[in-house]
Design a protein around this ligand. Structure first.
Ligand code: HEC
Length: 276
């Protein structure tokens, strides 16, 4: 990369004298400490983000639905209920169907699943009698493989399909507080990190590209929070595609943040870099 050195004497870079690798050891150590602290902060926010949103959609694992539940709200009816109301399976007697529907639309799902007081009307009994021939581990080899993808032997399996998930998005008031702290602090922090990389020997086009993704990423992320679901001055915004803005913008912002910190560290401690 012979053109890296050219930046040093080029008239287009009057900041050469302030490049980080030219600073004294004390300043370089100090900046290194700050950069490492920022990296630890970034790791911690990835960790808390995971823990904070992982169960937003009531299913473990961080997925798009978690982000959607938090910013857009989620309305996913119970697959079990939907299937029963749709007339599946045709062989199910009406009283049994009504019994299961009443159970699924009630608020005692786990309590009543195998409630002994209900006798043969207990959901577990109805399911055992009417569903397991296709949806149980004992189902024969001739059963449609699509049925075997839905196992209903245990409560643990049934509950994953039993609950309707209707989740309200985070209220605007809380979103405003979060925007106020995040937008201001993250943008300010990014300015400092961009300044460090500006004072480096990294080729300008790399600095420009990373800076662009970084800054626009934050804007798209935070704009997405509001476009996904909010009411601003009486206008309700509720766009599903804005959930992707949050995911893509957030990923662009945090990955370029890590990249910028790495670039600053290299600039600080790589003496041969750019010298010939
Ligand atoms: C004769 C076999 C058979 C029986 C009995 C049966 N199912 Fe199914 N079930 C299937 C098949 C096959 C599918 C897959 C259908 C498909 O994906 O096109 C399925 C799919 C489902 C699904 C998934 C629907 C979705 O939207 O993904 C649920 C939930 C379900 N069954 C519940 C039940 C319940 C509850 C019972 C008992 C009351 C039951 N089934 C009885 C064969 C059966």
């Amino acid at each position: 990369m012979s053109n890296i050195g050219a930046n040093i004497s080029s008239p287009g870079t009057p900041l050469v004298a302030f490049q980080l690798h030219r600073l004294g050891a004390g300043m370089r150590l100090g900046l290194t400490g700050l950069i490492v602290a920022l990296l630890m902060g970034l790791a911690a926010s990835a960790y808390t983000l995971h823990g904070h949103y992982e169960r937003r959609d009531e299913i473990p694992g961080l997925t798009r639905d978690d982000v959607k539940a938090a910013y857009h709200g989620l309305d996913a009816p119970s697959p079990l209920l939907r299937s029963l109301q749709g007339g599946h399976p045709e062989t199910l007697a009406k009283p049994d169907r009504d019994q299961l529907i009443a159970w699924l639309t009630g608020d005692k799902l786990s309590e009543n699943y195998d409630n002994l007081d209900l006798g043969p009307a207990a959901p577990a009994e109805i399911i055992a009698k009417n569903c397991l021939s296709c949806h149980g581990k004992a189902a024969g080899p001739n059963v449609d493989p699509k049925a075997k993808a839905v196992m209903l032997d245990t409560w643990d399996q049934v509950r994953k399909l039993a609950f309707s998930r209707k989740l309200e998005r985070t209220p605007d008031k809380i979103k405003a507080i979060s925007t106020h702290t995040h937008a201001l602090s993250m943008a300010t922090m990014s300015l400092a990190v961009l300044a460090m990389v500006l004072l480096s020997r990294w080729p300008r086009w790399i600095v420009g590209l990373v800076a662009m993704l970084h800054g626009l990423g934050l804007m798209v992320d935070i704009a997405g929070w509001w476009l996904a679901g909010s009411t601003i001055f009486g206008v309700t915004l509720h766009f599903d595609w804005a959930v992707d803005m949050i995911i893509i913008g957030g990923a662009a912002y945090s990955s370029t943040f890590a990249a910028l910190l790495g670039m600053a560290l290299l600039e600080l401690w790589w003496p041969a870099f750019g010298r010939r």
